[in-house]
Design a protein around this ligand. Structure first.
Ligand code: GAR
Length: 203
């Protein structure tokens, strides 16, 4: 049977990329990471992908005349590999409406808060500043907005007395790294369906 092909988009450290690659090695991802797309060629995630023998497309959008040209080239790379799911893992750039439309229902993102609370940048810092007692992790479909798409899975993480951003981030990242590969495997098994904003996971 043909393997389920995944593209990971990332911009930074790559701990989620690494967790997905590790899950693939264990046979727990249900698919194969066919390509890493990175908008920052110097980012650590590029070396992680090379070490994992994953093809890398690492170019900055400013190297192209327009954002559409950049994304068109990415779409060609994805089509050549038969990619069925785009997994955003710390990709700190909004995709254009036409790209999101083209891959509608096939792009997911992970975000370090319980959305709709604390969308956008530095969600962990935002939660600490606000003083909430509970935050967490959300995996959601990507739509045209910033962290606004239908929620697929959420896990809560408690904020403890005296927590620092670093301590809280460590606990949140540990939850992310476990949850994301699980959600990707649900996709690979065809267990996720979307009805309006409601997502159902079938057994
Ligand atoms: C992760 O915590 C992810 O949830 C966050 O970026 C981090 C990337 O870490 N994404 C967002 O904030 C998206 N709005 P990583 O590069 O180590 O995987």
């Amino acid at each position: 049977m043909r393997s389920f092909r995944i593209a990971v988009f990332a911009s930074g450290r790559g701990s989620n990329f690494q967790a997905l690659a590790d899950a693939q090695l264990r046979g727990a991802l249900g698919g194969v990471i066919s390509i890493l797309v990175c908008d920052k060629p110097q980012a650590p995630v590029v070396e992680l992908a090379q070490a994992a023998n994953v093809d890398v497309f690492a170019f900055q959008p400013k190297e192209y005349a327009t954002k559409e040209d950049y994304e068109r080239e990415i779409a060609v790379e994805l089509q050549q590999r038969g990619v069925e799911l785009i997994v955003l893992a710390g990709y700190m750039r909004l995709l254009s409406p036409s790209f999101v439309e083209f891959y509608s229902g096939r792009i997911i993102n992970i975000h370090p808060s319980l959305l709709p609370a604390f969308p956008g940048k530095d969600a962990i810092g935002q939660a600490l500043d606000y003083g909430v007692k509970m935050t967490g992790v959300t995996v959601h479909f990507v739509d045209g907005g910033m962290d606004t798409g239908p929620v697929i899975a959420q896990k809560a993480v408690e904020i403890k007395e005296g927590d620092t951003a670093e301590l809280l981030a460590q606990r949140i990242h540990a939850v992310e790294q476990k949850l994301y590969s699980e959600v990707v495997s649900w996709f690979a098994q065809g267990r996720i369906s979307l009805n309006g904003r409601n997502v159902t996971i079938t057994e």
